[in-house]
Design a protein around this ligand. Structure first.
Ligand SMILES: [Zn+2]
Ligand SMILES: [Zn+2]
Length: 331
């Protein structure tokens, strides 16, 4: 099969011919139709996160068609069915996290496109229990659905951590924020969008999706926020966001990697403000979010690339060259 592989950190991804993957017990063989490009892929490519093995096939927002494997294993997937494969690829099912609804924290978890080969390829295998059934093709194209599987899902988990915050700040208006902005507006919240300095197009994009205010991350919003979600991998945003949330407010760090957080006065945390991170996803998050998506209804802004241009897609993501999400079109 054709695939794009990461040989080592900080080296360009390479096109390769790999043997077709072989599904084991309980696993499905999928023909990949589209795969979303996530900032986590960029962190792995740039060596800010360690790859589980090399050469590694990146990609954990996979829309695929079941073409073989253990189709009896999950009632979730008949031959020909369209399924989504997220970041959470496997968990132990037995530890104290797995047995208390927190499989996202399982220490033995395997992640798609990091520990397990992912979707930057024509074929992939996935544990049937961790695949999500997807709606009919008439309802949503492959490329539209792919970014929901991480950007949408992790963003949604971060939004839930913000409780019933009425005024919601989003720091970093990329793939996740553009989806979560729509969910938050749908839920009747006010969204305040913060972008990089000089990103007028990003701010206009945020307003077009219902944000009541958009500015740069160094600006104070016109109203104090009840919660802020930080999607940009910039630790310096943590004290800034804390200063902009009201007493009792929450700041959620939604990324898997962030630069160091600078020190800040305790007074910025005092007043029962909460600072927390969000890690990974549970299958329950996925089921809830994918059911909610058509109700909003979510519109995904995508820029598509052929599989061979995955390295360019990552470069464009690093440069902030597009609004919304990048998606590889494969089949
Ligand atoms: Zn576990
Ligand atoms: Zn991701």
């Amino acid at each position: 099969m054709r695939a794009i592989v990461l040989d080592a950190p900080d080296r360009p991804l390479r096109a390769a011919e790999l043997p077709d993957p072989e599904p084991g017990p309980g696993e499905l063989l999928l023909r990949v139709r589209a795969c979303g490009v996530c900032r986590t892929d960029l962190h792995l490519r740039d060596g800010e996160l360690a790859a589980g093995h090399t050469p590694l096939v990146l990609g954990h927002q996979i829309v695929g068609e079941v073409v073989g494997g253990d189709v009896e294993a999950g009632a979730r997937a008949a031959l020909g069915a369209r399924v989504g494969v997220p970041w959470l690829g496997w968990t132990c099912g037995r530890c104290r996290y797995c047995s208390s609804g927190r499989e996202n924290l399982c220490a033995k978890a395997q992640f798609t496109g990091c520990d397990r080969d992912g979707g930057y390829a024509e074929l992939t295998v996935a544990d049937a229990r961790f695949c999500f059934p997807l709606p009919d093709e008439e309802a949503a194209a492959d490329e539209q659905l792919a970014p929901l599987l991480c950007a949408g899902l992790i963003g949604f988990r971060a939004l839930r951590m913000a409780g019933d915050a009425a005024r919601l700040g989003l720091y970093g208006f990329g793939a996740a924020a553009h989806l979560i902005c729509q969910v938050a507006v749908h839920e009747g919240r006010e969204v305040y969008a913060f972008t990089r300095e000089g990103d007028g197009p990003g701010q206009a994009f945020a307003r077009s999706l219902g944000a009541v205010w958009a500015g740069t991350s160094t600006e104070a919003p016109p109203e104090q926020l009840d919660a802020a979600l930080i999607f940009a991998p910039v630790g310096a945003l943590v004290p800034i966001a804390l200063r902009n949330v009201a007493r009792g407010g929450t700041v959620v760090c939604a990324g898997i990697h962030m630069s160091d957080v600078p020190s800040f006065p305790y007074a910025d945390l005092w007043g029962e403000r909460t600072l927390r991170s969000v890690a990974n996803l549970t299958r329950a998050d996925g089921e809830e979010f994918l059911a909610l998506a058509p109700e909003v209804p979510l519109r995904t802004q995508i820029t598509t690339y052929p599989l061979e241009r995955a390295e360019q897609a990552l470069a464009d993501l690093r440069a902030g060259a597009f609004e919304g999400a990048a998606v590889l079109q494969i089949a």
